[in-house]
Ligand binder design. Structure first.
Ligand code: GDP
Ligand code: MN
Length: 390
């Protein structure tokens, strides 16, 4: 789960990392009053809270010299769309004077099997260009989790980057705080870009990105509660209410895929893609779905705009094939706007399941995944042919 900037900064505060004083706004009215009440001094920075990078370049980070400018910017930015996402909150912070902008992050490096620290003295909005054009300015150093951030790690960063030895204590402090956050909060990424370097050498986190491993959220109730503020597609939220994982894949496709496991879903998407069939969304049922839950799952995926064909692959262990088939039948019976469903199943009660599919209009059984893909492909060309004929 990717946190919003202000949420990342709440975590930074907890771990003793300095952040500029700020306030979150979620309505246009009373912006100047809220900023005054929070005790912020002008100039301030108004920042769109959306979980994408490059907000600055997209116009989502703006400066206000006084309350009038603030009101104007809040009016323009709040509830606007930034990189396709609606801005529902703004973070207003005191503008920090920066002598330099650094980049500092820790990410879980799966190749190295360790957390990796990435540091650059050339941080800020052009870090991607720096990575391309001057990769030597970006330093990487793994952290042995049994040792943690060692003095030599920080020594290495300071001497290789040439920032000057006087920065060592502050950088060590920042890195150690960020590392504690990273490990204790089960992060995949904890990033500060830019780290504001003050004239007196103090360091502050002007921006923050934190990505928490979804599988670990259950042990961080406070982080789980932060999800409330996130904008996510409504079908993702609907699916989660039934403990399903709904994954939007592409805006173009007519096909949805569903399975009780993400490995199978990926295979289905791969095989369909090989036939140049785009998938609109995928739904992972998880384990042990009953007919009522399957009915909801089918309803949710078929309500995806543009989707009229659903391909289901089930390995029936605890999930029973007859329950799946019955759920599909119920969903189609309730109305599905002429959508077609291809079901491939193996395992517990397969024959009963196939028999139910056999007498369900709009549904067909497939003997295997490859056959299922072929049927989907034929259905698409048949209905495309009909469209052309009209
Ligand atoms: P991003 O574009 O989504 O990464 O948003 P940032 O919060 O990193 O802001 C983009 C850029 O705006 C930063 O790299 C800075 O150059 C500038 N900026 C943001 N906040 C401040 C601030 O408080 N003071 C100054 N001087 N520049 C800022
Ligand atoms: Mn940034």
């Amino acid at each position: 789960m990717k946190l919003l900037e202000y949420q990342a900064k709440e975590l930074f505060d907890q771990y003793g990392l300095a952040t500029p004083k700020g306030v979150v706004l979620s309505s246009r009215e009373g912006a100047a009053e809220a900023v005054a009440a929070a005790g912020l001094d002008y100039p301030v920075v108004v920042k769109a809270q959306v979980q994408v990078g490059g907000r600055g370049k997209a116009g989502g980070v703006r400066f206000a010299q006084n309350p009038e400018e603030l009101a104007e910017i809040v009016g323009a930015l709040l509830f606007s769309s930034l990189k396709g996402i609606q801005v529902r909150q703004l973070l207003v912070v005191e503008k920090v004077e920066m002598a330099a902008e650094w980049y500092l992050s820790i990410l879980l490096d799966r190749d190295a099997g360790m957390p990796m620290v990435i540091f650059s003295p050339c941080g800020g909005v052009d870090i991607e260009e720096t990575a391309r054009e001057n990769p030597g300015a970006i330093l990487k150093v793994p952290v042995n989790p049994l040792v943690g951030v060692a003095d030599y790690t920080v020594q290495y960063l300071v001497s290789k980057s040439g920032i000057g030895g006087e920065h060592l204590p502050a950088l060590k402090n920042l890195l150690c705080g960020l590392y504690r956050l990273f490990t204790q909060r089960d992060c995949l990424l904890a990033e500060i870009n830019p780290v504001a370097v003050g004239k007196d050498g103090t360091l502050a986190a002007v921006d923050g990105k934190v990505d928490v491993d979804d599988s670990a959220l259950q042990r961080h109730a406070d982080l789980l509660a932060m999800r409330e503020a996130h904008s996510e597609p409504p079908l993702v939220t609907q699916a989660r209410a039934f403990r399903f994982l709904y994954i939007p894949v592409g805006a173009e496709g007519r096909v949805a895929v569903m399975s009780n496991g993400s490995g199978m879903l990926m295979s289905m998407i791969d095989l369909l893609s090989k036939k140049e069939i785009s998938v609109a969304c995928a739904l992972d049922l998880g384990g042990g779905a009953t007919k009522d839950r399957i009915r909801e799952a089918v309803r949710i995926v078929l309500s995806t705009p543009g989707v009229d064909t659903l391909f289901i692959c089930i390995f029936g262990g605890i999930t029973r094939c007859d329950e799946v088939a019955e759920g599909v039948r119920l969903a189609l019976e309730e109305g599905s706007g002429g959508s077609k469903v291809v079901v491939r199943m193996e395992g517990t009660n397969k024959e009963v399941g196939q028999e139910i599919i056999g007498r369900t209009p709009q549904a067909v059984s497939a003997g295997g995944i490859v056959e299922g893909v072929r049927i989907v492909s034929e259905m698409l060309s048949a209905s495309a042919g009909r469209r052309d004929a009209k």
